[in-house]
Ligand binder design. Sequence first.
Ligand code: ACO
Length: 401
Amino acid sequence: VIDIRKLYAETGCFTYDPGFTSTASCDSALTYIDGDDGVLLHRGYPIGELAEESSFMEVSYLMLNGELPSKEELETFSYTITRHTMLHEQLMQFYRGFRRDAHPMAIMCGVVGALSAFYHDSTDIADPEHRRISSHRLIAKMPTIAAAAYKYSVGQPFVYPDNSLSYTGNFLRMTFGVPAEPYEVNPVVERALDRIFILHADHEQNASTSTVRLAGSSGANPFACIAAGIACLWGPAHGGANEAALNMLREIGTPDKIPHYIARAKDKNDPFRLMGFGHRVYKNYDPRATVMQKTVREVFESLKVNDPVFEVALQLEEMALNDPYFIEKKLFPNVDFYSGVILSAIGFPTTMFTALFALARTVGWVAQWNEMISDPGQKIGRPRQLYTGPTQRPYVSVDKR
Ligand code: ACO
């Protein structure tokens, strides 16, 4: 194992690596990816096993604490998270300042950032107990914030948390329920959504997590750091891809149009890309996409839906995977390719897809942020640059220009 810090200290070595394609920005014990073999492990556990056997609360505990919880530890953790699901009433009023048709991600950037104005009792980031409380608050409040962003964007009254429900069941009720009316949580949908949350919980140093770490490296308020992560996640090359992928599949519409879109994706003069395809790290099938594909079938069966978009997705995948361009460039479906099909079947509008991603990724963000702050060797993140501007020149006063 190379000790990167020692190597740097001894050589003072300076690298130019736009996009960080081959530069580690930190060390981390959270998530391991082998992109060539399509392996993803959280604290050593394969993502497929976690998605199949575990729950989002359990994975959250694992990410924050390093080990799977005992039954009692899980109960205590779930209870603690449940206790923090409410938002300050003034924060609920903050929503009303947004335009009625605002994108939920725009609202979430603002509302999560605004949490930093409310919780002054947990912002001493040098104190592990403060960091723990901030982490719990963020994980607990994210479903409430995301559901309220949705309710606001469709002009419906907010539904407050019902803490007798599970983390995911509560989120479904706050999104699709009506205040003071009973809401029956469909267990298949609840399980599918919980699994989607597990699949999105962390993915090592992706753009939004790196953003959270960079923002946090200056000692910034944790809620503000997570708001920065949400802003980064919104982009179509990152978390916005699930929305873009479903829009693309709907635009394709029928399997006979697929060859036209594959040809466009291969044409270097056309900026079009197959959304939900390709990954910076995976040069093999994204293991999360495998679970997603299986989950689509379960949800369709339970809800008795048969959206033709799934058939388009399956045929598109098959055609692309047999096409020399995609084979040569090692482009496979990623986590976003099928997630939109499930979320749409459950009833989420496409604008909510990235908000759901942000909700789940909050666990990874806070775990990574905690790991960074607790590292005694932690430094402010400060990338260098290759300067390409003019060399030094004398100032010329405005009347002589
Ligand atoms: N469709 C067609 N061609 C593609 C695609 C695609 N989806 N993705 C990459 N390529 C091609 C590029 O044109 C490039 O070709 P070239 O070598 O001839 O120039 C080559 O494959 C490598 O692509 P890069 O953009 O250099 O790879 P990078 O690692 O920078 O990008 C990314 C990865 C952003 C995910 C890219 O594959 C992409 O844009 N995919 C579509 C968007 C998407 O699905 N994003 C979700 C990512 S997963 C997540 O964030 C959860």
